[in-house]
Design a binder for this molecule. Structure first.
Ligand code: NAP
Length: 276
């Protein structure tokens, strides 16, 4: 039997329609959801990501406030900008684009974001609450993956899930979200021994490594659910997906799987913040 394609692109398009309707309803109550984006410096990839986020806001009728700061910005200066946004009642979500220039204490700045406006799920407090199963906005990529899993009604309870990668925005929150859905979770990283053997036993694999086609098709167990969070300029992810539909029971394609869910989750969470 062919594998189910977990189509993030179509789910994101469908959800945008729903978000548009909800934004229009809020507007009748004189509330226009607004996302503030902060870009420090001129990293071309970051500029593109921020633009995409602003465009998506505009498409669904939300406002976006673009704050661009020079490369030389200090931690104190950035903290002040975030504080002002925390106090601005017209701003419902704050996104600080990662990475920031080296002289800035990124963790301190992320944690300055008011948890009510942490729609990108980057604060320690939000991560802690999410891990404890309390209400908090999740980091957008793993939260988007969970939305896909739920949309396709994949029952992951009791599954042996392996997350490859442990970054604060992806691997770690992903593992906690899967654990909260009663999967049995193993987290792998650059110092993991015998990765192939661990993946070989997984019922669900998440690739969040940052290396193109790093996880080989031959490592994946027949019938596993395969989630590829990676995206590289050569239009591939972190998993070698060629011919995967003969092995996996379900998988996310690249492009069109996890990628579109990330920004979609960001605007969905901005909408939720505005409603609150
Ligand atoms: P990251 O911060 O660079 O983290 C990579 C993780 O992979 C680290 O935990 C690292 O382990 C682990 N790793 C590196 N080499 C490894 C190896 N040989 N064996 C096992 N683990 C290894 O990356 P990230 O930000 O989490 O992103 C991961 C991927 O997701 C990238 O392809 C990125 O493009 C993609 N991504 C996509 C979206 C989206 O919107 N779709 C958003 C964010 C990221 P250590 O901790 O030991 O160093």
């Amino acid at each position: 039997m062919k594998a189910t394609i977990l189509n993030g692109k179509s789910l994101a398009i469908k959800t945008e329609e729903h978000i548009k309707e909800e934004v229009n309803k809020l507007k009748t109550h004189n509330v226009v959801p607004q996302l503030a984006t902060i870009l420090v410096g001129h990293d071309p990839a970051s500029e593109t990501y921020v633009k995409m986020k602003q465009n998506t806001c505009n498409r669904v009728g939300m406002k976006s406030m673009a704050i661009e700061l020079p490369e030389s910005t200090s931690t104190e200066e950035l903290l002040n900008v975030i504080q002002k946004l925390n106090e601005d009642d017209m701003v419902h979500g704050i996104l600080l684009q990662h990475p920031v220039p080296k002289q800035i204490d990124e963790r301190k700045c992320f944690d300055k974001i008011d948890i009510k406006k942490d729609v990108d799920g980057v604060t320690c407090l939000g991560y802690g609450k999410m891990s404890m199963g309390e209400s908090a906005f999740g980091s957008c990529t793993p939260a988007g993956i969970i939305r896909l899993i739920k949309h396709y009604e994949l029952n992951i309870e009791g599954l042996n899930a392996v997350v490859v990668g442990r970054s604060p925005i992806l691997g770690k929150p992903m593992a906690m979200m899967l654990l909260n859905m009663n999967a049995t979770v193993t987290i792998c990283h650059s110092r993991t021994n015998d990765l192939e053997n661990i993946i070989n036993k997984a019922d669900l694999v998440v690739g969040a490594v940052g290396i193109p086609k790093f996880i080989k098709k031959s490592w994946i167990k027949k019938g596993a659910i395969v989630i590829d969070a990676g995206y590289h300029p050569e239009k591939c992810g972190d998993i070698d997906l060629e011919g995967i539909d003969d092995i996996a029971s379900a998988y996310t394609p690249v492009p069109g799987g996890v990628g579109p869910m990330t920004i979609n989750t960001l605007i969905l969470q901005t909408l939720e913040a505005a409603k609150k």
